[in-house]
Design a protein. Sequence first.
Length: 276
Amino acid sequence: MPLSFPTSWLVPDWPAPPDVQAVFTSRVCPVGDAPSAAPWNGFNLATHVGDSPQAVAAHRAALKAALGARPVFLEQVHGCDVAILEEGVADGLLADAAVTTHPNLACTVMVADCLPVLLTLTNGAAVAAVHAGWRGLANGVIEAAVQTLRSLNQSNCLKASAAYATHTTDLMAWLGPCIGPGSFEVGPEVRAAFMTVNPEAAAGFVPLSSGKWLANLPTLARQRLNALGVRVWGNDASTAWCTFSQPQRFYSYRAQAITGRMAACIFRHHGEPTTK
C-alpha cells in the first residue's frame, strides 16, 4: 500500500513491488515545516550549502517522519562508488549510490540538476538510489549500482528467503527530475566522455553554434539502463521534469549557484503506513 506523502512531492508512477516506497521531494515545505531563509527558500536537505544547520535538521526530521523510515544521506562526489547500507549505518558515507536489503532504511541521494535514479529488484528484495551527474553517468555509476543489486540478489541470504522464492530477479528504474535538455549546456569534453564509451550517445547531444552542446541526461541514462536490461519509468526529458525551468518547485544549481538540494528516496517499507 503506497504511503501518503506531501502533495508537493513527486511519487513515482511505476509498477514497483507493494512494499517498495519511493519519493522525490521538492523545494516546497510540507505543512507545518518552516522554510529555510533566502537564498535557500524552502525545503533544503543539504548541510554543505551554507544553510542554517537548525533549519536543515528540522527538514531532515520532517522527511524522516513522512517516510516512516530513516533516510541515509551520503557525501556525494560525482564518482561511482556504491555504499551498501546496513543497520546502524551513519550518514556521510563517501559514495554516489546506495543499496540496501534492510527494511525502513531509505537509500537517499540529493540533487539540484543532477539526475536521480531509483532502482528496485522486481522481487522487492533490494533497492538503490543513484546520484547521476554527467561525470558519474559517463563513468559508470549506474552500472556499478545495478551490478551491486544483482550481486545482492544472488547472495545466499536472498536465495534462502521464502518470501521471494517465486519472484523474478529483474530490475526496474525510475528517473527523477533533473536539468532538461534545453538548458544543460556543456563543453565538447562532456560529449567526448560519453562517445568514448558508446557512440550511440550522440543521440543525447544537440550541437550549438558556439561549439558547445545541449546534453540530455535522461536519454543518456536510459541508454545505459536499456543496455543493462533494466526497464525504465519517469523522466522523459520533457519540460515538466526540468529543474532549471521551474524555480518555484525545484532547486537548480545552474539557475542559482547558492541553492538547496532535494532528495530522492527509496526503501522497503515494513509496518503500518504513515498518514499525513
